[in-house]
Design a protein around this ligand. Structure first.
Ligand code: ZN
Length: 326
């Protein structure tokens, strides 16, 4: 009975999530936020804690998965609890990730890249206790196909040199090196993550297969938001500035480290108001929108990376996260 109601809640949460994402998928090709798409519902109301889609217990430790599977580019939350539990770590896709502490146990964020092969993968949760006992719980997570669209993008002639795959590879390597830092501090609070531009429409979706100027194939590593020039851009959650600079593709960019492997990026800015190492509060204005980098008109490109890979930032901010604890 309990399992059934948990499943029903999980299913409802998934439906709400789907309903929130589906109408946002544009069919248009521009990277300039031109297509008329419905407004995105910002997550202003608190997100309810989901029921566990899967719950496993062994040797005094319980592992709850708040998802039943992950699509390519999605993030999932795992809750680990037990009397006297003193820490937990997750191993998924050959990556070992520290879980962050909550009031009632530990929470692990696991993520898949948009290019992850679709199949079932091992997930191991390692817990250790105050009395030095250790427990491992093993399960599996299915990675399914992401529903990514195809887009044709036209970059104006004076910026067309920026579609060079070599430039893109170099910039991705640079982003990966920024994301490789793992800060064991949970900067975000119980209000979770929010859209960086209030009331802005989401236009071009995460993961889109893009063809630039009829020639070069690439992937869209974030979501685009409709904007004019000079609109204030807010930090999606509290954190510390990990990087600011002018990149070929992303233009003027700010990268914020939110702790525990979570980063957000803000691209094509006209102005940057923060510096590296600066502590940032949620909603703080960090810059203004622009048209710098590989862009064919004023628009805003927003990314979230978890455990070193770009993830669907909209799916991420719609996920329930526990309140911050000290
Ligand atoms: Zn973009």
């Amino acid at each position: 009975m309990r399992i059934q109601s948990t499943l029903t809640i999980t299913f409802l949460v998934m439906l709400i999530g789907l309903a929130a994402i589906l109408p946002l998928t544009p069919a248009d090709a521009q990277d300039t936020a031109l297509p008329p798409t419905p407004a995105a519902p910002p997550t202003a109301t608190p997100i309810p804690r989901p029921g566990a889609a899967q719950s496993l217990s062994a040797d005094g430790m319980t592992v709850d998965l708040y998802f039943s599977g992950l699509a390519q580019g999605q993030t999932g939350l795992v809750y680990v609890s037990g009397e006297g539990l003193a820490g937990a770590r997750a191993r998924f896709l050959n990556q070992l990730t520290d879980c962050f502490p909550g009031d009632d146990g530990y929470y692990c964020l696991i993520s898949t890249s948009m290019e992850q092969s679709t199949r079932v993968y091992d997930l191991d949760i390692f817990g250790w206790f105050a009395d030095e006992a250790r427990t491992t719980i093993h399960t599996q997570v299915e990675v399914g196909l992401g529903k990514f669209i195809r887009q044709e993008v036209t970059i104006p002639p004076e910026r067309a040199y920026l579609i060079d795959p070599e430039i893109e590879r170099g910039e991705l390597a640079r982003m990966e090196s920024i994301f490789s830092t793992f800060t064991e501090e949970e900067y975000w609070d119980g209000t979770g993550f929010a859209l960086p531009i209030a009331g802005s429409e989401l236009t071009s979706p995460f993961g889109a297969f893009r063809t630039f100027n009829d020639s070069v194939q690439t992937r869209h590593t974030g979501w685009d938001l409709r904007t004019t020039l000079g609109q204030p851009v807010m930090a999606t959650a509290a954190g510390e500035v990990a990087f600011t600079g002018l990149l070929d593709i992303r233009g003027n960019i700010v990268v914020i480290d939110h702790g525990y492997g979570v980063f957000s990026t803000y691209s094509h800015l006209s102005q940057v108001h923060v510096t590296r190492g600066q502590t940032i509060t949620k909603g703080q204005i960090i810059g203004t929108t622009g048209n710098t980098g590989r862009s064919s008109g004023p628009h805003f490109h927003w990314e979230i990376a978890v455990n070193g890979v770009f993830v669907d930032s909209v799916q991420f901010i719609q996920m329930w996260l526990p309140a911050h604890t000290e």
